[in-house]
Each structure stands twice: as C-alpha cells, then as structure tokens.
Ligand binder design. Structure first.
Ligand SMILES: [Zn+2]
Length: 652
C-alpha cells in the first residue's frame, strides 16, 4: 500500500473529531448522516449511454446541449471525477446495478456472458423490500439474455430485438422519446407505491441520427444533436416527476455507462481504450433534503451508485459490494474515502487478439497497463497528451504496487464468466457486425499487440464489417486481406475473411483460414462454430462433426459446442447420438432453450413421447416462443395429443 498524505490527514482529523465525539456525525455512509435526512420514498436511476462528461454544461461545455441535466446538477450534487469500470454497455451497467467490478462478476464484455443469478442487483434488494421495480432499456446489448433483468417487475425490451431488416444488432435501439413515454406510462400505473425506476437511453451511441429538429440544428456535430435530444427527453421525465409530486421525495441518480472517443487517440467509438473520453463519466445525484449545487471532486466510480442508494434508504449493504456510499458527499459535500479504482477492457483481446487494456486511477494519476505503458496526470491533462511513464519511475512503482493489490483483491473472489446462450441466427448477425465472442478459457492477456499501435486498423475493420452486413463480400474480403498482411492473427479479420469467402461460395478457400484460426486460438469457440457451420451448409456433416469434436477437446464445458455437435448429428438423422449431445448442451447452458427443442424431436423420432413432452416443457421454460411448435412439421402428429395441447395452453 502506498503512502497517502490525504488519507493521513483525514485520519488525523478523524482522531481529533472522534475525541470530540462528532466523528460519527459526518463519517461517509454513517447511519447518523442518513438519519438527519428524510428517507427517499422512490429511486430513479437514469443511465445515458455513450454520453461524454465534457458535453454537459455542468461539466464545462459551453454550447448549451444539456439544460435539463445541468438543472439536476444545480438541484443536487455533481461528481467531477467519476470513472466507469469498463467502456462497454453490458458490463458497465452490470457494475452500476451490482456495485461490483466486471472482473468480479465475470460479465466483462458485450454479448458473451450473462450476469449469474447468484449476483445480487439493486433491483433485487429493493424488490425484496417491497419496491415496485421497472426497467426501460433501449438497446439490444441490455436484453434480458444478459441477466440484468433480475429483480425487475417490468423489464421493457420491446423494439430492441434485432430484426433481419434492422440496421444492425448492436445498434438496434428504441429512441429516447419512446422510452420516456413508456417510463411515464409505468410511473402512472406504479407510483402509488414506493418504486425503483431504471431508465436507459441509448441515443448518443452511434449511428448519430437525432430526430428533427436536432438533426438539422446539429448537422455539423451529429453526436451533439443526439446529446441535446437525449437531454430534452430526460427533462420530459423529470417534468413528469415534478407534476406527479415525485421529484422532491425521490433519490435521483443520472450517469453515463461510458463516453465516446470521437476520434481521440485514433478511436472512432469506444471499447478499445481507457482514455478519459470514454472512462470519465458524468454522475449527478439528487438526495431529498440534501444541499443544492454540491460539487464533489474526490475520485468516485460507477460501482458507488448501488451502495449510495442502499445507504440513502437505510438498507444494509451486502458484503459483496465493492463500491462505497457517496451519500454524505452527495447530500452535504462531505469527503469520499481516498482509494484507487480499476478500469479494464477485454474487448481488444476478445475481438482482435490484442492485449487487454487495464488501468488504475489514483488521483491525480492514471496508469494504463499495456505492452507500452502510460502514465498521465488525469486531472491536469484530460486529453492525455503527455505520457509521463518514463519520467516518473517512483510514481510508477507506487502505482504498480497499488495495482497489484487492487486487482489481486478483485481476482481473489472473481466468478468465472457465465456464458450467454444465443441462437445461431443471433450469433451469425453478431459475427457479421464484428463480434468475436463465445466461450474461451483465458479472457484477458498482457501479451499481444498494444491496441494503441493498432488503432489505424479500427476504421478499415469497421468498414469491412459493415460491408459484410450488406453482403458486399468481395469488397469486404479485399479490405480484410490487407488488414491480414499487417496483423496475421487478428481474430476479427480471420473470421471476416472466412465469412466473405463463404458469402462468395468459396468454402474451400475459407477452410485453410479457419484451420489457422483454430490453431492460433484453440480455446475460442467462434472459430469452430464458423468453421463447422460452413461445412454443415455444404452438407459435409462428417467433417463438421470432426470440427466440433476437436472444439470439445479444448472446451469440454461449452454448451454451444455440444449443441452444434448434436445439431450436426440431428441433421444426419442420427437421433440417439444427437440426443446425447443435446442433453449435455441443455444441462451446461442453463438458460439455453434450443437444445431442448431439438431433443424433443429426437425423442419423438425414437418413439419416446413422454420424453419429448418433458423436453418441450424445458424448452418452453426458457423460450416462451410457442409459435414454432404450431408450424414445425416435426410436431405434426404430436400436435393432436391432449398432453401436448395441455402444455401449449399453459404458455399461450
Ligand atoms: Zn454503452
């Protein structure tokens, strides 16, 4: 642990105050502070996706994009130095709702894992206490598949599921005005009881296409147009709170899940780097009965939101929470205990095979741990133009020691990632958009290329991936081939060329690439899946089976690989062999419905109607979609059985 003059000062002051018997009165998070404040009746959590802190007027922007958020800051507290844990939507929100680092919960990337049931969310705790709980989420990355729906009476995800004609999976979104409409409807039906409402707005995320009049007004700065539109919609909800008499008795928290690079450091969007543009986030907290216009400059993190809410409500926090309560700071401008916070992104590793970005912030310093490490004075140099790593060896040594201790502590109690179970169609679309996920044994690595050295590839890879989405296979192949010359083991590029070749009917050209992929990344599911699926589409079922068997040597616990092996055998009409693998897939992937569906068919084919019924029951428990059961010819005979009709009736 390094010496901290600030802490030493606080400790001395604490000792003096304790002697006077008033330490209790202002200690952060103490019961006494809370008891001097009215207990909020309700909680409103607003998360603004992809919103940079420096676009808010209250954080210094002068173009007046955010009058409503600025007013909220004036009514309560603004935290000037808040960091998100990760520049990715799903894990970032998971950290907000659990008060725990992504490294601890195992949910560290978009699209690959789900938050385990064992994790305790703010929504679950409040639900148990009798709060009505509603979540309005506005993008597919927050679909219930990823486990953030735990504890919510309503988890509204209508309109965010990808459609074949949709613009693209990650970008599938519901505009803020519609989400706010839905939130207001929910409020009107539920505000007669204490409630917890979480509203997530996605608009500042790319593509930047604000509706009129923002589109015209900000045509030279379309990102700003989205920010202004989003702020206006936040204002509409807060006005409704005021009109309904809820503004003064609700704890209101607004923050973003991460920012947007907008080309800084060579990154167009977010996810690869841990620079201020994406990691420094706005955090506004309005505590009923608290002081107005508070500004807190101590270091804070998005994992502090959940403990702050619990503290305000007088609910004991679970021991698993890693954040600290900001209640005293928010209500009265009190100090936040000095500490360091951990930042990470496994996205460069999971997507491209580059080194994992990790960092520690201990104000005023930020140390980024990469093959070419960086040290910045974060508050003095927010653009992070001057890397002080070589010049401050003592500082680096202290921060490295702190980093080891902090990360070691989080890792000690970390959960293994729980793999999300997505169907083939979704996985295909994800892959076409540049997602290279799936189960893998090692999620992060300090080896591999430094992402900042590869930033020049981000835009070409995005362009080529978009071409795949539009089925412009030959053009995509050309760009990916050039990228492969620079970065021969790049995961996304290898898969992208494979997909471009398959799209052009050149399966035999794709095979050597996939072979290379599974050799370089023997523990990455997606290569086997793409490889095996390509062979299956060419009806080379034996070869496909072999690929999935090889996968299972490296990934014996992969539900997806057992499923694919079972599906290959299913297509070959080997019902008993298929059933064996599908059964395993169903056991390993607890939320995975599809194996049970196919299992039901296998059982019918082998004359086991009771078994088929049991499998369908399991399927319907996980996947409420019953429509396919009415049209699937495999169930033609079975549909006439009373037991089948009885089961279906329950799910209609
Ligand atoms: Zn996001």
């Amino acid at each position: 642990m390094i010496r901290r003059p600030v802490l030493a000062g606080v400790a001395a002051a604490a000792a003096a105050l304790a002697a006077l018997g008033i330490w209790q009165g202002w200690m952060p998070g103490s019961g006494l502070v809370r008891r001097t404040l009215p207990v909020p009746r309700n909680v409103l959590l607003i998360t603004l996706d992809t919103l940079r802190a420096d676009r808010l007027g209250c954080y210094g922007y002068t173009k007046g994009l955010t009058p409503n958020l600025d007013a909220l800051a004036r009514d309560g507290a603004r935290f000037a130095n808040t960091y998100t844990t990760v520049p990715l939507t799903t894990p970032s929100h998971s950290a907000i709702l659990t008060g725990r680092y992504p490294l601890a919960t195992g949910l560290r990337n978009n699209g690959s894992s789900t938050l385990p049931d064992e994790e305790l969310l703010l929504s679950e705790i409040l639900h148990q206490r009798g709060f009505r709980t509603g979540a309005i989420v506005s993008a597919l990355v927050l679909a219930a598949d990823y486990g953030l729906n735990q504890g919510f009476d309503l988890y509204y995800e209508e309109g965010i599921k990808a459609t074949p004609s949709g613009s693209g999976l990650w970008f599938e979104q519901r505009p803020a005005d519609q989400s706010v409409d839905r939130a207001i409807t929910w409020l009107k039906a539920n505000a007669d009881r204490p409630f917890f409402l979480w509203l997530h707005l996605f608009d500042p995320h790319a593509p930047y296409e604000a509706p009129p009049p923002y589109r015209e007004q900000y045509k030279d700065a379309p990102y700003n147009g989205e920010v202004a539109f989003t702020d206006a919609q936040v204002g509409r909800l807060l006005d409704e709170f005021k009109a309904m008499g809820l503004y003064d008795n609700s704890l209101i928290v607004a923050l973003s899940d991460h920012g947007e690079s907008l080309g800084e450091h060579g990154e167009p969007y977010h996810g690869n780097f841990l620079y201020q543009g994406t990691m420094h986030i706005p955090l506004l907290v309005r505590v009923p009965g608290g002081r107005r216009g508070v500004v807190v400059s101590d270091l804070t993190s998005s994992i502090d939101v959940a403990p702050t809410v619990l503290d305000a409500l007088g609910i004991e926090r679970p021991a698993s929470i890693q954040g600290v309560s900001l209640l005293d700071a928010a209500a009265r401008g009190g100090r936040v205990p000095a500490r360091s916070v951990y930042l990470e992104s496994i996205y460069p590793t999971a997507t491209y095979g580059w080194a994992t970005a990790r960092a520690i912030v201990l104000l005023p310093w930020k140390l980024i741990d990469l093959p070419r490490p960086e040290l910045y004075e974060a508050t003095q140099d927010p653009a992070e133009k001057t890397n002080l790593y070589g010049e401050r060896p003592a500082q680096v040594e202290d921060l490295r020691a702190e980093f080891q201790e902090l990360v070691g502590g989080i890792e000690a109690g970390a959960r293994a990632p729980e793999q999300v179970q997505l169907d083939d169609e979704t996985l295909d679309r994800l892959q076409s958009l540049g997602y290279v996920g799936g189960q893998q044994s090692k999620a992060s690595t300090t080896r591999g290329a430094d992402p900042k050295d590869m930033a020049f590839m981000l835009t070409p890879m995005r362009i080529a991936s978009d071409m795949l989405g539009r089925r412009e296979f030959a053009d995509a192949e050309e760009i990916f081939r050039k990228a492969l010359e620079v970065d021969p083991d790049n995961r996304l590029v290898l898969l992208g060329i494979g997909r471009a070749l398959i799209g052009q009917g050149k399966l035999d050209d794709a095979i050597p690439l996939y072979e290379h992929g599974v050799k370089v990344y023997p523990d990455v599911e997606e290569f086997y899946r793409a490889y095996g699926k390509a062979l299956m589409s060419d009806l080379r079922l034996d070869a496909a089976e072999e690929v999935f068997q090889r996968a299972l040597e490296h990934l014996p616990q992969s539900a997806q690989m057992h499923f694919q092996l079972g599906y290959t055998r299913f297509l070959a009409g080997r019902w008993s062999d298929a059933a064996e693998e599908l059964d395993l897939a169903g056991r390993l992937g607890k939320k995975f419905g599809k194996p049970h569906y196919l299992l039901a068919i296998c059982r019918l084919r082998t004359g086991d109607e009771a078994g088929a019924l049991a499998s369908l029951q399991e399927y319907l428990k996980r996947d409420p979609d019953v429509d396919s059961l009415f049209v699937d010819p495999y169930f033609y005979e079975f549909r006439r059985r009373p037991a089948f009709q009885e089961l279906i009736k329950k799910h209609l």
